[in-house]
Design a protein around this ligand. Structure first.
Ligand code: PRP
Ligand code: MN
Ligand code: MG
Length: 180
């Protein structure tokens, strides 16, 4: 049983869509010379973002997924990132863009990028829709960031709280209603 909470909108669906158009244009410029771009989504949180992002990228792309988990059902990072599902395809010598919903402590993306580097991609870049620098515990910064956000617990657009609210079309922040 969870504490009661409400969700206040932080970033609208419209604002997300507009930002994704910019990000896709930047990706188009950065990878203009490649015919081997693999876009890798980190399950589960990135599934909405990657779906919208790849549809704005005007390049031939392949899509693959990797599952890493650190949070489980809690609100705190376990700091112990586990690879639960690996890529289907090969990335050696290929250009890879890792797509993540949010960088919080930084443990997940730092671990995943180090893991993928061992396979020797030609280029490895990262994009995160949200960046919460106030919570960083390791030195990591995504190459492309949609929005920098304050230290709030956010949900929606793929991001869960105890596996709920991933289906909200906007980014909202959790406000507990059992204390003032
Ligand atoms: C969440 C989120 C990021 C990660 C960010 O994933 O989707 O992947 O945590 O946190 P960090 O920067 O502190 O590592 P989670 O482990 O909850 O799995 P999920 O994507 O399946 O919800
Ligand atoms: Mn995640
Ligand atoms: Mg989660």
């Amino acid at each position: 049983p969870h504490r009661p909470y409400e969700i206040d909108e932080l970033i609208s669906a419209k604002a997300i869509a507009a930002r994704i158009e910019d990000l896709a244009r930047e990706i188009g410029r950065e990878f203009a010379d490649t015919d081997k771009l693999v876009v890798v989504g980190l399950l589960r949180g990135s599934f909405v973002f990657i779906a919208d992002l790849v549809r704005e990228i005007d390049l031939p792309v392949e899509v693959d997924f990797l599952e890493a988990s650190s949070y489980g059902d809690g609100m705190e990072s376990s700091r112990e990132v586990r690879i639960l599902k690996d890529l289907r395809g090969q990335i050696e010598g290929r250009d890879v863009l890792v797509v993540e919903d949010i960088v919080d402590t930084g443990h997940t993306l730092k671990h995943v990028t180090e893991y993928l580097q061992t396979r020797h991609p030609a280029r490895l870049r990262t994009i995160a829709l949200l960046d919460k620098p106030a919570r960083r515990e390791v030195d990591f910064k995504a190459d492309l960031i949609g929005f920098e956000i304050p230290d709030e617990f956010v949900v929606g657009y793929g991001i869960d709280f105890a596996q709920r609210n991933r289906n909200l079309p906007f980014i909202g922040k959790v406000r507990f209603t059992d204390e003032p």
